[in-house]
Design a protein around this ligand. Sequence first.
Ligand code: ATP
Length: 295
Amino acid sequence: MLRLADLHKRYGDVVALDGCAFGVERGEIVGFLGPNGAGKTTTMRAIFGLVALDEGSVTWDGRPIDHETRLRFGYMPEERGLYPRMTVADQVAWFGRLHGLAPDEATRATDEWLARLGLGERKGSRVEELSHGNQQRAQLAAALVHSPELLVLDEPFAGLDPLGVENLAGLLAERARAGVAVLFSSHQLDLVEDLCERAVIVDHGRVVLDGPIGELRKASRYRYLEVEVVGDRAWWRDRPGVSLVAERDGVVRLRLDGDVDLGELLDAARRAGRIERFTFEPPTLSEVFREAVRR
Ligand code: ATP
């Protein structure tokens, strides 16, 4: 498994990593979340020895990660690094060769991954001729071509169309089923909620939440309530400990502090009109995220 322990990194006065620590098991897809500047990219770069850490360690199966081990990892960096003038197929095959594939294996794997990523018909095109989303697919093929044991993807879904998102989500799930450890960063929390068992949320360079998504949702210190009242729709306003999260088609989603008296709240809703709906809903991952990184 991948283990990151007590990672510290400063850039001058900026603390990028401040004790960041978590692990990723084989066969697991972990969604790596955090606000802009929280330290996700720095953490991912540290796995590949691209950041000189001030403190901390990164290990794979208990051992420090050397060059040989890294050849068995796949990485899609934030700053995408394809050569604009090379064809897609040459490029992906070249990444395969860099990671130890023989020439014929590299060609075969390139064809396979480009087809799976929906780029089979563009394999002879130069990278610069591709749209942004298709360049992204080519970059993903370059990260996958050598069948890595660990996949680390920095914002792999950003820029993909809905079909591309679905395709990549399926591919990552299939890789995880094949025993690959998958870590990816994303700001698309609905997607993470659908795809991942586990999420790690970082803020200010440290992990603020880590666990199975279902448990993180259950452990929220707030309750979320959806109510539809036909009558005075603003009945919930000015009630202490009650805040509005969303309102749509007459249904309000409210966040309640732990000490809000539910009997009193129900009475207030009744006084306001006919109640069509009054249900508790666990928080979404997006709500869990907002609670965890509240400033
Ligand atoms: P985003 O979601 O915006 O991609 P992130 O979570 O990936 O953000 P990082 O890119 O890891 O965040 O940045 C963490 C902090 O470290 C930020 O404050 C950033 O400005 C700083 N930082 C990162 N790399 C460098 C660098 N090479 N030099 C100076 N500061 C840096």
